[in-house]
Design a protein around this ligand. Structure first.
Ligand code: PLP
Length: 431
């Protein structure tokens, strides 16, 4: 037996737990195995099936078995570059694209390769800071204001940078929109202003646009339009392509950051080699778009807009503070107005709140503390994907593309979601 004194854990990974989203899933599985009815609002996974063109392409390419170039299949890099040119008007060449086994892994390679501080908003997605800690970055948070949709402001960002003695300290700032956990997106003016601050302080931006295809109005704007020289864009097929388990993501680099892209590719070549070959061929179809992909996206956006809108309404009418999302499938409610009532039940942290909601109301969600909010703030993330996406998609197709969904659509297709909201409201009781 190897003793701990001979083989031990790297200091940076001591105490690290499984990612919060994966842990809540296990809890839900356990309760369901005991026969309990549980609404799972914990997992951030698309409810919709993978679009047919992607599935067909995967089938056709299943026998392709060679390792591909570490940076990615040339046709896929081409399609991703063309997709950005088409959707954002930002000139992009295939050589600027790096394909990886999920954008999460690419983000980790970036954190490993980059030297400097990691700057993230609070709240932000669960994995940015654990990754930063694993590789030993100093992590700093930019505050946000719920009254302003939990968004970072240019002044808040500049104030944080001014706290450092060295104005031009190397920094990586991660901005995500539509955002996980809040669903909010930034306007073109807001992005332009943030880009100007980043330029002034020479800060590298990682623009996490994994939910770009799920902007409810189909109006995603990338900050790369305003700060092209310093922005790396993250994209992938996990959310808008419904294919999280296929594990394919991509980064798009500005030409001046070739050195960083090359360093990441070198690390990739010594670790995962290349991304699953048939999946790369299939992903070409996702980025090429075309009529069928566009139709798929317009249905998903319409369904998500209506479903998140209805849940937002139920919570708001019950007195819960919650920002209406612009995209994706999340809500980030704040139950702070119920503080006294919660304290009477001995609930004093967002984790205790989520534990009680799961045990007593059968609703699983993640505490705000997992998203870098203070422990005592009664926030949490609801992932509104607990419905049959294939059924909802079929019904939406029946209605046709240009009409509103009928009034009974949500009751018919997303009834469980509405039930989950009502269960939360009933559990809270009158304000
Ligand atoms: N970024 C955000 C904001 C996410 O929510 C996720 C997944 O949940 C990812 C990145 C990683 O996605 P993937 O690794 O599946 O590409």
């Amino acid at each position: 037996m190897l003793e701990r004194r001979n083989v031990s854990l790297n200091l940076n990974v001591r105490g690290l737990r499984h990612s919060a989203t994966l842990e809540v899933n296990q809890q839900v599985r356990r309760l369901r195995a005991e026969g309990r009815k549980v609404h799972n609002l914990g997992l951030g996974e698309s409810p919709f099936p993978v679009p047919d063109p992607m599935v067909e392409a995967l089938r056709l390419n299943a026998s392709k078995k060679q390792y591909l170039p570490v940076e990615g299949l040339p046709e896929l890099r081409e399609a991703i570059a063309a997709h950005r040119k088409r959707t954002q008007g930002v000139a992009t060449e295939a050589e600027q694209v790096l394909v990886g086994p999920g954008s999460k892994e690419l983000l980790f390679l970036l954190q490993l390769s980059f030297y400097g501080d990691l700057i993230v908003p609070s709240p932000c997605w669960v994995s940015y800071t654990p990754q930063g800690q694993i590789v030993g970055h100093k992590v700093r948070f930019v505050g946000t204001d719920p009254g302003n949709g939990w968004k970072v402001t240019p002044d808040g960002l500049a104030a944080l940078f001014e706290e450092d003695r060295d104005r031009y300290r190397p920094r990586l700032f991660v901005l995500n929109y539509p955002a996980n956990p809040t669903g909010v997106a930034y306007s073109a003016d807001e992005l332009r202003a943030i880009g100007e601050v980043a330029r002034e302080y020479e800060v590298l931006i990682l623009s996490d646009e994994i939910y770009s295809g799920l902007h409810h109005a189909g109006e995603h704007v990338s900050i790369a339009r305003y700060y092209p020289e310093g922005t790396i864009v993250l994209n992938g097929i996990s959310k808008w392509g419904g294919a999280g388990g296929w594990r394919l993501g991509a980064f798009l680099f500005p030409p001046d950051l070739r050195w960083l892209q090359d360093a990441m590719a070198a690390v990739a070549s010594e670790t995962y080699t290349s991304v699953c070959t048939p999946v790369q061929y299939a992903a070409v179809r996702a980025f090429e778009s075309g009529m069928r992909m566009e139709r798929y996206l317009s249905h998903t956006r319409r369904i998500l807009r209506d479903a998140t809108g209805a849940c937002h309404r139920i919570l708001t009418e019950a007195g819960v503070d919650v920002v209406r999302p612009d995209g994706a499938f999340y809500l980030f409610p704040d139950f702070g107005r119920f503080r006294r009532r919660l304290a009477r039940r001995n609930i004093r942290t967002s984790r205790a709140l989520c534990d009680a909601l799961l045990e007593e109301a059968g609703v699983a969600m993640l505490p705000g503390s997992d998203f870098q909010r203070p422990r005592e703030e009664f926030t949490g993330r609801m992932s509104l994907v607990d419905f049959d996406g294939a059924k909802a998609m079929a019904k939406s197709e029946e209605v046709g593309p240009d009409k509103e969904l009928p009034e009974d659509f949500l009751d018919l297709c997303c009834g469980d979601l509405l039930e989950a909201m009502r269960a939360v409201v009933d559990w809270l009781g009158p304000r």
